[in-house]
Ligand binder design. Structure first.
Ligand SMILES: Cc1ncc(COP(=O)(O)O)c(C=O)c1O
Length: 387
C-alpha cells in the first residue's frame, strides 16, 4: 500500500545523511567524551563539531548550547532552572494557555512550591496580546516562557516584540522553538532571547537529543539534571554522542534547506493542499493564523465530519495525520490549544492536523485530497443516517 506521512509536527523521518553520520559513532567511535584517552578524545571532537553545527543554525556561539535529551528536557531545564535559581520569594512566571505540556506541567509543579503562574489567553487565531503581556509583567516576574510556534495550528508568536518587552523590564525570556527551528529562520542575534529550546527529531534528526540555548553571561542555572561535570556542570550525564552527532548533521542540512528556499516550496505545497481541499470539500475552516504561521502546518476543521473517524479512515488508506480532538494524542480531552482559541467543541471534534515535510510531493497531496474528500462524504452520510 502507498504510504504518505503528513504528521511531521509529531516527528520526522531520519534523513539518510543523518543516519550515515551517526553510524561510525554507534560502532567504531564508542568512546566517552569525558575520558582522557584517544577514544574519549575522538568522541569529544564529535561532540564539539556537533555543537558548532547546532549553534550555527540559530546564530549562537557554540558555548551557548547545552545538549539535552530533547525539547521536553530543554523546557524543564529553563523553567525549573530559573525558578529554582530565583532570589525573589514571591516569584511569578508568565506563560500562555497554548504551550506544550512540557512547559505547562513544570509550571503547574512550581505552583506547589509557591510560585505564581500567569497564563496569558490567546485570540481565536492562537496569538497572545502584547498589551496583556505588558500588563502581566510585575516586579515579581522572574521568567516569561512563550513558544515561538504552536505544534497544533502552526501559529507564530511575535517573539521579537516579546523579547524586547522582557528586556525592557529586565525579565528572563525563554522560548520553546521546538516547532520553529529548521522550519523558519531563527537567529538568536536578532531575537532578544535568553533561553531557547530545540529538539532533534522535529528536523529529521534522531529522537533523544535536543538542546537548550542559554545566552552567554547569564547567571548559572540551578541544574535540574545534576551529576558529573558534563556540559560544564549544567547538565550531568554521559552525552548521547551518536544522537548529538545526528542532531548536528540534521541542523547542518536544515540550514542548507532554509538557505536554498526549501521552506518556500513547502509553504506553496501547503497552500496548494488548502486550495484543492477547499475546492472539493465544503465547510472547511482553517484553524490558526493565516499570516503568522509555520510553512508546513494546516489544521482544518471539516464541518459535519468526525476527526477521529477520518484519522482512522486515512490511516487505513496509508495516510498518517493527527487530530486535535481526542484519543490520537493519548488523551481523552479535547485539544487544550483549540479550546484556548475558543474553537467550539463541534469544530474541535471535526479537526485534523496535516503537517507536511520537505519530501512530500504534489502527487501525494492530490492523492490525500481525493481520499479525504471521499472519506468526508462517507462520514457525513453516515452521521446523517445515524441522526
Ligand atoms: C512545541 C513543542 N515543544 C516541546 C516538545 C517536546 O519535544 P520532545 O519530543 O523532543 O521532548 C514538542 C513535541 O511535540 C513540541 O511540539
Amino acid at each position: 500500500m502507498r504510504k504518505i506521512y503528513l504528521d511531521h509536527n509529531a516527528t520526522t523521518p531520519l534523513h539518510p545523511e543523518v543516519l550515515e553520520a551517526m553510524l561510525p559513532v554507534l560502532g567504531e567511535f564508542y568512546g566517552n567524551p569525558s575520558s582522557v584517552h584517544s577514544e574519549g578524545r575522538k568522541a569529544r571532537v564529535f561532540l564539539d563539531e556537533a555543537r558548532e553545527k547546532v549553534a550555527d543554525l540559530i546564530g549562537a556561539n557554540s558555548g551557548e548550547i547545552i545538549f539535552t535529551s530533547g525539547g521536553t528536557e530543554s523546557n524543564n531545564m529553563a523553567i525549573l532552572g530559573v525558578a529554582l535559581s530565583r532570589e525573589k520569594k514571591d516569584a511569578r512566571i508568565i506563560t500562555s494557555t497554548v504551550e506544550h505540556p512540557s512547559v505547562l506541567n513544570p509550571c503547574k509543579q512550581l505552583e506547589q512550591f509557591g510560585i505564581t503562574i500567569d497564563r496569558l489567553p490567546v485570540n481565536p487565531k492562537g496569538r497572545i496580546d502584547l498589551d496583556q503581556l505588558k500588563d502581566a509583567i510585575s516586579d515579581s516576574t522572574v521568567l516569561i516562557s512563550l513558544q515561538q510556534a504552536n505544534s497544533e495550528v502552526g501559529t507564530l508568536q511575535d517573539i521579537e516584540k516579546i523579547g524586547e518587552l522582557a528586556r525592557e523590564h529586565s525579565v528572563c525570556f525563554h522560548t520553546d522553538a521546538v516547532q520553529s527551528v529548521g522550519k523558519i529562520a531563527v537567529d538568536v542575534k536578532k531575537i532578544p532571547v535568553d533561553f531557547l529550546s530545540m529538539s532533534s527529531h522535529k528536523l529529521n534528526g534522531p529522537k533523544g537529543a535536543g538542546a537548550l540555548y542559554m545566552k552567554r553571561g547569564l547567571p548559572v542555572l540551578f541544574p535540574t539534571m545534576s551529576g558529573g561535570n558534563q556540559e560544564k556542570k549544567r547538565r550531568g550525564g554521559t552525552e548521547n554522542v551518536a544522537g548529538i552527532v545526528g542532531f548536528g548533521k540534521a541542523c547542518e542540512l536544515a540550514k542548507t534547506r532554509l538557505q536554498s528556499g526549501g521552506m518556500i516550496s513547502l509553504a506553496n505545497l501547503r497552500d496548494y493542499f488548502f486550495e484543492q481541499i477547499e475546492s472539493l470539500v465544503s465547510g472547511v475552516e482553517l484553524l490558526g493564523d493565516k499570516e503568522y504561521r509555520l510553512p508546513n502546518t494546516l489544521n482544518l476543521s471539516i464541518e459535519g465530519a468526525d476527526g477521529e473517524t477520518l484519522l482512522i479512515g486515512l490511516d487505513v488508506e496509508g495516510i498518517s495525520v493527527s487530530t486535535g480532538s481526542a484519543c490520537s494524542s493519548g488523551s481523552s480531552l479535547p485539544s487544550h490549544v483549540l479550546t484556548a482559541m475558543q474553537v467550539p467543541a463541534r469544530r474541535i471534534n471535526a479537526s485534523l492536523r496535516f503537517s507536511l515535510g520537505v519530501d512530500n510531493t504534489r502527487d501525494e497531496i492530490d492523492h490525500v485530497v481525493k481520499t479525504l474528500a471521499r472519506l468526508v462524504s462517507l462520514n457525513r452520510k453516515n452521521s446523517f443516517a445515524l441522526g
